[in-house]
Design a protein around this ligand. Structure first.
Ligand code: ES4
Ligand code: ZN
Length: 324
């Protein structure tokens, strides 16, 4: 089964590129940019990755990305991930990135976009790999700031597939971002949002009804509302579920108690992603292997999940045909 999962051409729809920053690269970039890290070694950093909830993770996530200062840093970050993913049999990734997290630290949008787009172009030309771009907005910062950043990003709209909504979910409902998402629709961008990870099922409903999202990132708490589950099934809304992330952030106690099998059994359009592979114990392959071990799924379950991801991926019709 592990060999099958390694060679299966996998498609990842939910990946924060800043969350793919491995401690080894963090140390290399810290040295290159003369930045002090709160860890003595890469090993010590990994040992600090022990989270009780989403906020505990976000604190270290924002701290870790402080080593990203120059265009080459963003390029190296993305290329490092693309190579690792490709070696695990990943053939496409839709990549979230958090411009506000960098602007806040004085890193200009041009630096972020320049590095990420150069890496995307190079990977697509040389690695049989494709990359979708999701400009994500931080829901624990003001909606007006997000709108300003979206306007500021006008020169890059043509390179972006979608906007997303991430960061601390509790007490930051989708309803606060109606104007931002309406503007993204006007621009012609697809919309996705994190909902129902730590937040209630109602936030999934808000994301669908008020933000017009095409996919829900996580969405596992939909099971608290049977009417919502029926709607997600009827409309075949894609859920980008991240099993190891949910274990690490204690959304579930144990992978064997994860709602994934129930979501599938209810006929929902489920996909599997890694979220923040450097922080949550591994990438796409580790997530697939963990599901095989925890749920005893057969090969055809993984084939179906992969088909779901291919159908929803931000790719051209030609590339989608290649992936099938
Ligand atoms: C995230 Cl796991 C998760 N949830 C919400 N926002 C995020 N940003 C990076 N990882
Ligand atoms: Zn996420």
């Amino acid at each position: 089964m592990h060999d099958f999962l390694r060679q299966l051409p996998k498609v990842e729809l939910h990946l924060h590129i800043e969350g793919s920053l491995e401690p080894e690269l963090m140390f290399a970039l810290a040295q290159r940019n003369n930045i002090d890290l709160p860890y003595a070694s890469a090993q010590e950093a990994k040992e600090a990755y022990d989270f009780n909830d989403l906020q505990a993770f976000l604190d270290l996530y924002f701290q870790g990305m402080n080593v990203l200062r120059h265009e080459e840093d963003f390029y190296d970050l993305a290329m490092d991930y693309f190579h690792r993913a490709r070696r695990e049999g990943v053939v496409h990734v839709d990549m979230h990135f958090d411009p506000q997290a960098h602007l806040q630290r004085g890193v200009p949008l041009e630096v972020v976009m320049g590095g990420l787009l150069k890496a995307k172009q190079e990977a697509e030309e040389s690695m049989d790999f494709s990359v979708g771009m999701i400009m994500a907005f931080l829901r624990d910062r003001p909606a007006e700031e997000a709108l300003h950043v979206l306007e500021q990003a006008a020169p890059y709209w043509k390179f972006i597939d979608a906007i997303g909504l991430d960061s601390a979910e509790r007490d930051h409902p989708p309803s606060e971002f109606k104007t931002l998402f309406a503007r993204a629709k006007e621009i012609g961008l697809v919309r996705v949002a994190h909902a129902g990870e730590e937040g209630p099922a109602d936030y999934i409903i808000q994301a669908l009804d008020l933000l017009g999202v095409e996919r829900i990132d996580h969405g596992v708490r939909c099971l608290e509302n049977p009417d919502l589950v029926e709607r997600l099934r009827r409309e075949q809304v894609v859920l980008t579920v991240c099993p190891l992330s949910n274990v690490c952030l204690k959304v579930v106690d144990d992978l064997r108690e994860h709602p994934l099998p129930t979501l599938l059994q209810k006929g929902l359009n489920v996909t599997i992603s890694s979220d923040d592979p450097a922080y949550f114990g591994g990438g796409m392959l580790a997530n697939h292997v963990a599901c095989a071990d925890a749920f005893g799924w057969s090969e055809d379950v993984f084939v179906q999940l992969t088909r779901n991801a291919i159908d929803a991926a931000f790719v051209s019709a030609d590339r989608r045909a290649d992936l099938l």
